[in-house]
Design a protein around this ligand. Structure first.
Ligand code: FPP
Length: 252
């Protein structure tokens, strides 16, 4: 699509009704590479360029939070060479992009079981988070070694410990208690969930948090997903009526 069309799409987006939080399941890197007779890792390398441009457009539009599912708990079970390559790629890309994140006022944060990362990867990523901690624009949330069931199990254990210690009674446990014990406690729930690569599933991603998210699935593989595709997803989100369990008449 031409730049003119992108500008037209951007102009058509109502800035007063932007999704505050967009979460993305970045899928299709392997298939993108296979289609070109390349190694799967080539798809991940190209996928980093997409991360860059989607961060740019989300920031440009004024989206508050962008969460990217970069590495799931289940991804640890991929062939070791792919796991190592992917981790290395993520750490190097984040370090390389940190000066630009700062320039664009983007704050980096992470959710997931970071204890499973190597000490070196964890320290290098922590440095990037510290370096962008003062930024007040878009918050870029990397879901790394993340899965929803891991997160909910962890929250259940913490809540159980608080009950056992007598700090909380079972009757006092509410939706909010659960939300505040998740790794996303400081982040609003996603309004829009995008999945690239065409599969119609949630893949253990933010199961609790996407309760009322609008879901947008595109067959486009992640390496091909561009700014116009992102704007189309936002435009589609703005055409939807969010009812949160109410009737159409009630929300009008
Ligand atoms: C899914 O594609 C993608 C991943 C498991 C990794 C996504 C990671 C990146 C794009 C790099 C992220 C980098 C930063 C800096 C955040 P797949 O391999 O499952 O593709 P397939 O479904 O076609 O096999």
């Amino acid at each position: 699509m031409s730049t003119d069309n992108l500008q037209e799409l951007i102009a058509g987006i109502d800035r007063g009704r932007l999704p505050r939080h967009v979460a993305i399941i970045m899928d299709g890197n392997g298939r993108w590479a296979k289609k070109r007779g390349m190694e799967r890792s080539a798809g991940h390398v190209e996928g980093v360029n997409t991360v860059r441009r989607i961060t740019e457009i989300a920031s440009e539009l004024g989206v508050g939070y962008l969460t990217l599912y970069a590495f799931s708990t289940e991804n640890w079970n991929r062939p070791q060479a792919e796991v190592d390559a992917l981790m290395h790629l993520i750490v190097v890309a984040i370090e390389r992009e940190t000066p630009d994140l700062i320039k664009n006022n983007v704050r980096l944060t992470m959710i997931g079981d970071l204890d499973r990362l190597t000490d070196e990867a964890r320290e290098r990523l922590k440095r990037c988070m510290d370096d962008t901690a003062h930024c007040t624009g878009l918050t870029l949330v990397l879901a790394l070694s993340y899965s929803s069931r891991w997160e909910i199990t962890r929250a259940a254990r913490e809540i159980a410990r608080e009950v056992l210690a007598g700090h909380l009674s079972p009757q006092e446990i509410t939706d909010d208690t659960i939300s505040t014990h998740l790794t996303t406690a400081a982040i609003p729930d996603p309004d829009l969930l995008i999945r690239t690569g065409g599969d119609m599933r949630i893949s253990n991603f933010l199961l609790w948090q996407v309760a009322y998210a609008e879901i947008y699935v595109t067959p486009t593989y992640w390496p091909d997903f561009d700014k116009t595709d992102f704007c189309r997803a936002v435009a589609e989100y703005q055409r939807r009526e969010r009812r949160f369990g109410l009737t159409s008449e009630q929300v009008k």
